[in-house]
Design a protein. Structure first.
Length: 417
């Protein structure tokens, strides 16, 4: 005798047979209750079962081609652990995005979310595995900070015992500190951006995977990123086949994500956009709409190399052979998704750095600790940051980033859970 436990997803009654789709950590299992196989008392229990009731079934497995996983559970005993109230607030087939946000605590039980967050968990596991295998030391950065990293406009201010402080936008500056101890470091931490806009790719709180390495240049950085992303895609393709099928993402597409990724310069990207009919000139920003155009025809991520310094934060190093251009690289996901990661070489000329900090309207005094790194044993170095939510969004082929994370934080969402 075996048992299976979980929650009632669906119940279908056909005279003397009741089919239960039972939901648990393994997905959905078809369970068959035949009147002749159970006591009268258990048959009545089966009849009264409601959606999301928690139950324990006794019985045995039988091969069945038509069942979702090729086998079904034949029941001969039922224990109701909790009979769920009716109606279940998410009992209908389709629900609006607003309802799915308001009832997030229940929505996360749904099969689609179960698949997405399982993939997300695999993305995190594979990332950690990659950094461990490649000699990176994991560090824990602070969340409460007193300096901006990505400009003043998107800072969330908090009151820290009467001192003005912020929620971190990026752990980069702290990773830069730690390279002088370990040379190769990484972290996984939440980052916050007070993005006052509603887009399909912006969250106010996101999980940020960041790495930084001493002695590293732009080429080596791109190799690191393409190896990491390929490792993640391979792991997801191998370990999440059931989930990917449910999400209509063919695992073969992920297995094709292998180094090298195409590299295009900022200037080449502008030329390509012009060919596509976009009204854009050298010196302009390449935003989300442009990234869509650049990536929609690709099946593999591409690197966008170099970017006008005037749009970039103070820490970005100027390209040696192109004045006014930053030594940065954006990793753009294919199929129209666009930016997944930004990284680059860091400015190590102390005068330029101070001037650029002032240029952003910040007081270099507040960055004295960061500037010290250029005073005591400065080394060329580079790093990047990648949004885990963005990566999940692309890998799971989702429409909106809010579905890439269980409890999204968005601009003016209404009720927050
Ligand atoms: O491009 P960003 O702003 O770069 C940095 O923060 C650097 N300091 C990273 C570094 O070099 N260590 O952010 C990096 C990535 C983006 O490419 C994107 O994937 C994600 O973080 N990201 C967001 N994801 C969701 N919602 C937002 N509002 C995001 N802002 C950035
Ligand atoms: Mg960026």
């Amino acid at each position: 005798m075996e048992t299976i436990r979980g929650w009632v997803l669906k119940k279908r009654e056909h005279g003397n047979i009741i089919f239960i789709d039972l939901r648990n950590r393994d997905g959905v299992t078809q369970c068959v209750i035949r009147r002749e196989n159970v006591s009268n008392e258990d048959w009545s229990k089966a009849e009264e079962l409601t959606q999301e009731s928690s139950i324990i079934l006794r019985g045995g497995w039988r091969l069945e081609d038509r069942a979702p996983r090729g086998r079904e559970f034949v029941v001969n005993g039922i224990e109701i652990v909790h009979l769920a109230e009716t109606p279940y607030p998410l009992g209908k087939k389709e629900h609006s995005p607003e309802t799915l946000m308001e009832k997030r605590h229940l929505a996360v039980r749904g099969q689609r979310y179960q698949a997405i967050f399982r993939v997300r968990s695999e993305i995190l596991r594979a990332s950690r595995e990659y950094f461990i295998n490649n000699g990176y030391v994991e560090v824990s950065p602070p969340i409460i900070v007193t300096t901006a990293c990505e400009g003043g406009a998107t800072l969330f201010k908090i009151d820290y015992f009467d001192i003005p402080a912020y929620l971190t936008q990026s752990s980069q500056l702290y990773l830069e500190i730690m390279i002088f101890t370990y040379e190769k470091v990484w972290c996984l931490a939440p980052s916050f951006r007070a993005e006052k806009s509603r887009t399909r790719r912006h969250l106010a709180e996101f999980w940020h995977l960041e790495a930084e390495a001493a002695w590293m240049n732009l080429d080596e950085l791109m190799k690191l990123e393409e190896e990491l992303v390929s490792h993640i895609c391979r792991s997801v393709a191998e370990k999440c086949q059931y989930e990917l099928k449910l999400l209509n993402r063919n695992p073969e597409e992920l297995l094709e994500i292998e180094p090298p990724f195409k590299r295009i310069s900022y200037e080449e990207a502008i030329m390509e956009l012009k060919r596509e009919g976009v009204n854009i000139e050298i010196g302009d920003e390449i935003g989300g709409d442009e990234e869509y155009i650049l990536t929609k025809k690709h099946n593999k991520p591409i690197f966008l190399v170099g970017y006008p310094l005037k749009y970039k934060p103070f820490y970005v190093k100027e390209l040696k052979d192109k004045s006014g251009m930053g030594a940065t690289v954006d990793l753009l996901a294919p199929e129209g998704y666009g930016e997944m990661a930004t990284g680059g070489e860091r400015e190590d000329n102390i005068e330029k750095l101070i001037e650029r900090i002032r240029g952003e309207g910040f007081d270099p005094e507040n960055y004295d600790w960061y500037i010290d790194l250029r005073r005591y044993g400065s080394v060329p170095h580079a790093g990047f940051g990648m949004g885990i939510d963005r990566l999940t969004w692309w890998i799971c082929k989702l429409d909106h980033i809010r579905d890439a994370t269980p409890f999204p934080r968005l601009y003016r969402t209404g009720k927050m859970i």
